[in-house]
Design a binder for this molecule. Structure first.
Ligand code: HEM
Length: 192
């Protein structure tokens, strides 16, 4: 968590130092730190599926799922700090962004909070699994909404900035779907 928070803080500080702490510089910092946070999220979201599909090489990712999720939440804290800065300098994003992304931001911290200590035991294993699964997919959809901005058009720079991230988000979902299919097949096979 410390590494993820520190790295995104440093990145934001460098971008603001180079481009200025105006709305333009802050938007650049938001875009960049949002992408770095997505990399932590991707590893937390797809790690388990990678281990199920491709074996032991990915087991460390699966075992570190909770830590990677917490690293994502820590990196995302920088995103919200930059949003607060935008509001403070009088360039608050449109209300629609708060209405759509605000609940998702709250969800990120609810999941992070519940993963500490025994808090999720109150929910029981089944409900905790359901909440995690639904929650992680909602967060993935939020990322997809950000990255699916016509990723194939708008010049080379736009494509480089959007297409790889759109592809990674879709791939993460497909990996989870494939791992789920594999588990289902194994369960059925074991029953016969
Ligand atoms: C209160 C909640 C949030 C606010 C107000 C907010 C605001 C913003 C703003 C103003 C930008 C810069 C857009 C620009 O370049 O002009 C941005 C970028 C971004 N945000 Fe958020 N955000 C919020 C939550 C989230 C959440 C929950 C996610 C993902 C789960 C997210 C992911 C991203 C990403 C990936 C970018 C880069 C988008 C791009 O490059 O076009 N944000 N956000």
């Amino acid at each position: 968590m410390g590494t993820a928070l520190g790295a995104n803080l440093l990145l934001a500080a460098i971008i603001l130092a180079i481009n200025g702490a105006s709305a333009h510089g802050t938007s650049l910092a938001l875009d960049t730190t949002g992408r770095v946070a997505f990399l932590w999220f991707w590893a937390a979201y797809a790690g388990g599926a990678l281990a199920s599909l491709f074996g032991a090489a990915f087991l460390p990712l699966k075992k570190l799922g909770r830590e990677l999720g917490l690293a994502f939440a820590a990196a995302f804290l920088v995103h919200l700090t930059l949003v607060s800065w935008l509001c403070w300098i009088g360039s608050a994003p449109p209300i629609g962004i708060f209405l759509f992304f605000g609940p998702v931001a709250a969800l990120i911290f609810i999941l992070a909070l519940l993963s500490f200590g025994n808090l999720h035991r109150m929910l029981g294993p089944k409900l905790w699994w359901q909440l995690r699964t639904v929650g992680m997919n909602i967060i993935l959809v939020a990322f997809l909404k950000d990255f699916m901005q016509d990723p194939l058009h708008g010049g080379v720079r736009h494509i480089v900035e959007y297409l790889p991230f759109t592809a990674m988000a879709i791939a993460a979902f497909l990996l989870r779907l494939a791992a789920w299919g594999l588990r289902l097949r194994e369960t059925r096979f074991n029953l016969h």
